[in-house]
Design a binder for this molecule. Structure first.
Ligand SMILES: Nc1ncnc2c1ncn2[C@@H]1O[C@H](COP(=O)(O)OP(=O)(O)OP(=O)(O)O)[C@@H](O)[C@H]1O
Ligand SMILES: [Mg+2]
Length: 344
C-alpha cells in the first residue's frame, strides 16, 4: 500500500485577488511522508495555498513543486493529489461506491480491482456495506468519511485536506482524527492539512505552519510552537495563555518579575503553569480572585493583580486545595523559566 510519498515545495508563491494579497511570498518545504498543518485565522491564505498546490488556482508569481517536478502549469488531474475540500462535494446522483470509485475510473483502473480497492477503503473509514447508498441517505459525518475515502482510494502521494472535520461534533471529530492519523501511518502519504482549530493541529501534525496575512509567522513542531512561541500572535493563537505586556513595567513587577531585557515586548504565562502552591524558588505574587469556573477536569481561576492585570489560572481538580471564594486574596506563583519572552 505504501507506494508513494512525495515532498512538496512552495517557492516564493504569491497570489493576489485585485488589491487583496492572499499569499505573500509564501515559502514552505514539506518532507515526503510528513503531516503538516496550515493553521491560521480566517482569511490568512490557507485555502489559497492548498488550491494552488492542487491546481484549482494559479499563483500570481512563484512556483510549486511536487517531488522534483514544477507543477504550476499542470491541470489538477495530472498532479496526483487527493483532496478533501472545505465545502466537500460528493456527487449526489452517484452511490457511495461510485463516488469512491471515481478517481480510479478516471485512471482507467480495471473493474475487479476497483471493486476490491473501493471496498477496502470503505472498510478503512468504517463504512463497509454503505456502498449502494446515496449521499443524501448519510449523516454529515458519514459523508465526510466518503469524501475522505474518495481522496485516499487512489493512494495519492500527496493528500490535501481543507477544514475536513470542522463541521463535525467533537466526538466524531476526534474519531476521524484517529482515522486520519491511522491512514497517514498506513499509506505513508504526505499530508497537508488545513484547519483553524489549534487543538486539531496540535494533535495531528508533525509540524505546523502558523499563518497570518498570507505568510508563515512560525513553522515548528506542535511542542515547540506551544512552548517557544516567537511572537504574541503565536502565543495567543496556540493554546490559551496570559500575555503580560511590558508597558511601563508595572504588570511585570506585579507578577513578581524584574524588568525583562530591552527587546522583549511581553511575556507569555500559560494558565496551567500558575499554581497556588509555589515552590521555594518560584516567582510569587498576590492576587484577588475574581471568578472561579468549573471546566471539567480543571478549575479556572480568574485573578486580578495589583497593577490591574488579569490572569487566568488553570488547576487540575483532583488533589487541588480547597477553592477560594470570590474576592479572596490568594498567593500564587510560577517557575521563572515558564515565563516565555515574546519579541514582537
Ligand atoms: N476568488 C477570490 N476572489 C477574491 N478574493 C479571494 C478569493 N479567494 C480568496 N480571496 C481572499 O484571499 C484571502 C485568503 O483567503 P483564503 O480562502 O485562502 O483564507 P483561509 O485562510 O482559507 O480562510 P478560512 O479559514 O476562512 O477558510 C481572503 O482575504 C479572501 O477574501
Ligand atoms: Mg479556507
Amino acid at each position: 500500500m505504501n507506494q508513494g510519498r512525495a515532498p512538496v515545495r512552495f517557492q516564493n508563491v504569491s497570489r493576489s485577488f485585485g488589491s487583496v494579497v492572499a499569499l505573500d511570498d509564501f515559502c514552505l518545504n514539506i518532507d515526503a511522508g510528513e503531516f503538516i498543518t496550515l493553521l491560521g485565522p480566517s482569511g490568512s491564505g490557507k485555502t489559497t495555498a492548498l488550491n494552488i498546490l492542487a491546481g484549482f488556482d494559479r499563483a500570481t508569481s512563484g512556483e510549486v513543486y511536487i517531488g522534483e517536478r514544477a507543477v504550476g502549469a499542470l491541470p489538477p488531474e495530472k498532479r496526483n493529489v487527493g483532496m478533501v475540500f472545505q465545502s466537500f462535494a460528493l456527487f449526489p446522483h452517484m452511490s457511495v461506491f461510485e463516488n469512491v470509485a471515481f478517481p480510479l475510473r478516471m485512471r482507467r483502473v480495471p473493474g475487479p480491482e476497483i471493486r476490491q480497492r473501493v471496498e477496502r477503503t470503505l472498510e478503512m473509514v468504517q463504512l463497509a456495506g454503505y456502498g449502494p447508498r446515496r449521499p443524501a441517505a448519510l449523516s454529515g459525518g458519514q459523508r465526510q468519511r466518503v469524501a475522505l475515502a474518495r481522496a485516499v482510494v487512489a493512494e495519492p502521494p500527496v493528500l490535501l485536506m481543507d477544514e475536513s472535520l470542522s463541521a463535525l461534533d467533537l466526538k466524531l471529530r476526534e474519531e476521524l482524527q484517529e482515522e486520519i492519523r491511522r491512514l497517514h501511518r498506513e499509506f505513508g502519504t504526505t499530508v497537508v492539512f488545513v484547519t483553524h482549530d489549534q487543538g486539531e493541529a496540535l494533535t495531528l501534525s508533525d509540524r505546523i505552519a502558523l499563518m497570518d496575512a498570507g505568510t508563515i509567522c512560525q513553522l515548528d513542531t506542535p511542542g515547540a510552537l506551544y512552548d517557544k512561541p516567537a511572537s504574541r500572535f503565536v502565543a495567543d493563537f496556540i493554546g490559551r495563555t496570559n500575555i503580560v505586556p511590558m508597558d511601563d513595567g508595572s504588570h511585570v513587577s506585579a507578577v513578581g518579575l524584574d524588568a525583562a531585557p530591552d527587546k522583549v515586548v511581553a511575556l507569555s504565562l500559560r494558565p496551567e503553569k500558575l499554581t497556588r502552591s509555589p515552590g521555594p524558588s518560584d516567582v510569587r505574587f498576590d492576587a484577588t480572585v475574581q471568578d472561579v469556573a468549573f471546566r471539567g477536569a480543571t478549575t479556572e481561576l480568574r485573578l486580578c493583580l495589583a497593577s490591574g492585570l488579569l490572569l487566568r489560572m488553570s488547576e487540575p481538580r483532583s488533589g487541588a486545595l480547597p477553592l477560594p471564594a470570590r474576592g479572596e486574596t490568594i498567593s500564587a506563583g510560577f517557575a521563572r523559566q515558564d515565563a516565555t519572552s515574546l519579541y514582537e
